[in-house]
Design a protein. Structure first.
Length: 289
């Protein structure tokens, strides 16, 4: 083989030479099994360079697309919403819409609470002989062993008075503030007619009791569990739930039938306000079926 032959280098690259300087078929077969088929129009080295260039271009395009996606997400944030939430848009939102207010007890034909009893006190400002009052006054009874006060009653307004020897008097049973004051003045006038210098001082309403029917049964067990801080319920001792409201300072007796008793008020507005606050709570624990 001529050392100056230009094909000598290519032959040595493809398969090598045997010991006589002839091309080796074994080496050619080995290389042929390792390399892809030759494509017309270029050598293997040119084809390999072309494939590497295509791969580089592809990687560059993928990186550019990723950068573009990240930039788009930074400048155009998306908002997520619950699948069950309707889309908010100009067509679904009314600018003149007003929020709905919860319906009051009056809307259901319930209330206001009716006053059942008023307890008031008055100072007659004189010492009293209870035996003399019990002997000479009508509709009066006195048993010092049972109770240290004269129990006197009148029919109009239908009330009862507890008269103590210190000159203090308690009037109960009136249905309104005016009736309670009127009854207290009548009792004071009776004491004056018996010869005592009774006056009418410091008339004060100490307690008001009102009642109302919400017209639906109430789940007292659920109410006491949810509002355990304010309520107590012992059906073995008392059939009603005791609810102690903080503001206004009212105590409510709530029964499963829907009857509610409100007590502890000094003025009528406290009873009305307490019922307005408790009614939505009772509505949530209405018995179904």
């Amino acid at each position: 083989m001529n050392p100056m032959d230009p094909n000598r280098h290519n032959q040595s690259m493809m398969g090598g030479m045997d010991r006589h300087g002839q091309p080796s078929n074994m080496g050619q077969a080995h290389v042929t099994g390792m390399m892809p088929q030759q494509v017309p129009g270029g050598s293997y080295q040119q084809k390999q360079m072309h494939q590497m260039t295509n791969f580089t271009n592809y990687s560059t395009n993928v990186n550019n697309l990723q950068d573009e996606a990240i930039t788009t997400s930074d400048h155009q944030p998306t908002t997520s919403r619950h699948p069950l939430t309707p889309a908010q848009g100009p067509s679904s939102v009314r600018s003149d819409a007003t929020p709905m207010t919860p319906r009051s007890a009056a809307d259901f034909g319930v209330g206001p609470p009716q006053l059942q009893n008023i307890v008031s006190t008055v100072n007659l400002d004189c010492k009293l002989d209870l035996k003399k009052i019990a002997l000479h006054a009508r509709n009066a009874e006195y048993n010092p062993k049972r109770f240290a006060a004269v129990i006197m009653r009148i029919r109009e307004p239908r009330t009862t008075a507890l008269i103590f020897s210190s000159g203090k008097m308690v009037c109960t049973g009136a249905k309104s503030e005016n009736e309670s004051r009127l009854a207290a003045r009548k009792y004071a006038r009776v004491i004056q007619k018996l010869g005592f210098p009774a006056k009418f001082l410091d008339f004060t309403i100490q307690n008001m009791v009102g009642s109302v029917d919400v017209k639906f049964p109430i789940r007292l067990e659920g109410l006491v569990l949810t509002h355990s801080q304010f309520s107590s319920y012992e059906p073995e001792l008392f059939p009603g739930l005791i609810y102690r409201m903080v503001q206004p300072r009212i105590v409510l007796l709530i029964f499963v039938s829907g009857k509610v008793v409100l007590t502890g008020a000094k003025v009528r507005t406290e009873i009305d306000n307490a019922f307005k606050l408790i009614y939505p709570i009772l509505k949530n624990f209405k018995k179904r079926g």
